[in-house]
Design a binder for this molecule. Structure first.
Ligand code: 5AD
Ligand code: SF4
Length: 461
């Protein structure tokens, strides 16, 4: 336990967050655990007594980017020192987990290195530095779960307090050939259901209408509940039954292998599930999927999509793709293009394969040349863009339920969020903020939609 938790005078905390929604969530939780020590968020690192760089290992040259950012933070620290002010520098997240020791060797001015599983011990680490000086590294996978130890009164971090993320699961046991997550985030663990319900209740009591459940393998969720275990569809039912003011539910990120029939049925039966699912496939070639250790074939993926569409005909699908995995031929890439043509995605993320030290694919022969990867990525992205435009165009003339999230940029304009996560702009009374309204969609923009309040009906809640 931390020795010193008495509130101290306000100290500035600046957190720089890179990477996925899990990191966004973790950054907010780090701010929560540091609040009792007197730390409150400041906008600029120049005014921060503590700077945390929350890193992501998925992107290319992740470690180099961290070192270059640390160089900049070191200069800020030196400038503050001339003014007689101290600055703690901490590196958190997946790069910290993967390269902790090397980080301290190459950047000895870093005070704290902590992996994603040890945020709840931050106050203790800060106290240890205050007492003894030096640097602290904590990248264990502790036996106690951080889920049990994060503060109960966590403040929601969300857009205008109407939408929020809620972590229910962490880690991954799948070991895809290209991915660092199983090494940086550890084994799959699920948060107990009672604690999820309690956090969801607090969020909704504070005004949240839409929750996105987070996890690296969120559909592998199996959380303790009463005398047994609840799966994701069971958790979703509990959220729906017990928290009537919760209007919308999403979850991300899922693995096809855990897309069980009960979860597919829940998309039909549970009205708070949005008709939208991010389901990474990575490749459309069975040979590459096998080399990736994905444990599903392209046809099995098509089959899941078919069942999802049977259960919920208006569901929109998004995905992740990697081109140029070691061994990928032109024919394999064409199989990916074919899968995209068959499924038709509403949007998608696509990446060139890039080697991650320590992962199986990094050591495989037949690495694909950079220019080949670039050509394939351009072709795939052009096709995905076409599909995204077609999806947006298909909504023109329809009436959609829009969660009104705030005031727009133009006078009289409101912003909202469609069931498909698209930003939507339309004119309306600011009193509608927080409600779900019917909007007639009229105009497609590149990354958003325009419309007007539907005459046929006012608000739905
Ligand atoms: N190279 C390219 N893309 C990767 N991703 C994960 N690891 C790599 C890598 N080594 C992509 C996958 C994953 C998404 C979050 O990032 O598509 O689904
Ligand atoms: Fe990485 Fe695969 Fe696990 Fe996703 S399922 S986190 S890509 S190892």
């Amino acid at each position: 336990m931390p020795e010193q938790l008495t509130p101290s005078p306000a100290r500035g905390l600046h957190i720089i967050t890179w990477g996925c929604q899990m990191n966004v969530y973790d950054s907010a939780r780090m701010a929560d655990v540091l609040r009792p020590l007197g730390y409150s968020p400041v906008d600029s690192p120049d005014h921060a007594d503590m700077i945390i760089l929350n890193t992501c290992h998925i992107r290319e040259r992740a470690a180099e980017k961290v070192f270059s950012e640390l160089g900049r933070l070191r200069q800020i620290r030196e400038a503050r020192k001339l003014e007689g002010k101290q600055t703690l520098i901490a590196v958190a997240g997946c790069v910290a987990q993967a390269e902790g020791k090397e980080l301290l060797a190459r950047a000895p001015y870093v005070d704290l290195v902590l992996g994603p599983q040890t945020y709840h011990r931050l106050p203790e680490m800060v106290a240890r530095i205050a007492r003894a000086g030096g640097s602290v590294i904590d990248t264990d996978f502790p036996v106690e779960s951080k889920f049990d130890l994060l503060p109960e009164d966590a403040a929601p971090q969300n857009e205008g307090n109407l939408t929020a993320f809620l972590t229910i699961q962490e880690g991954c046991d799948k070991f895809c050939s290209f991915c660092v997550v199983p090494y940086t985030r550890g084994a799959e663990t699920s948060r107990p259901v009672a604690s999820i319900l309690a956090e969801a209740e607090r969020l909704v009591a504070s005004g949240v209408k839409e929750i996105t459940l987070l996890g690296q393998n969120v559909n592998a969720f199996h959380g303790e509940w009463q005398d047994g275990i609840a799966s994701l569809p069971e958790l979703a039912s509990l959220l729906h039954e017990r928290i009537p003011a919760l209007k919308r539910l999403r979850y991300v990120t899922s693995h096809p292998r855990d897309m069980e029939q009960a979860l597919i049925n829940a998309h039909r039966d549970n009205p708070i599930f949005m008709p939208y699912l991010h389901l990474p496939v990575q490749s459309g070639s069975d040979k590459v999927l096998k080399a990736m250790n994905r444990s599903h074939t392209a046809d099995e993926y098509r089959d899941i999509i078919r069942k999802l569409r049977a259960a919920r005909p208006d569901i929109a699908l998004t995905s992740d793709f990697i081109v140029g995995h070691p061994g990928e031929t032109d024919e394999d890439f064409e199989a990916t293009m074919q899968l995209v043509r068959d499924v038709r995605f509403a949007s998608a993320y696509s990446f060139k394969y890039s080697q991650r030290p320590g992962t199986p694919a990094a050591g495989q022969p037949f690495q694909v040349a950079e220019d080949v990867k670039e050509k394939r990525l351009a072709a795939l992205q052009a096709l995905l863009r076409e599909q995204q435009d077609a999806f947006n165009a298909s909504l023109i003339g329809t009436v959609q339920d829009i969660l009104v999230t705030g005031i727009g940029r133009k006078p009289g304009q409101l912003n909202g969020r469609s069931p498909y996560l698209q930003p939507v702009h339309f004119e309306g009374d600011p009193a509608l903020i927080g409600q779900i309204v019917k909007v007639h969609i009229t105009t497609p923009f590149t990354n958003s939609l325009g419309g007007h309040l539907s005459k046929q009906e006012g608000t739905t809640i």
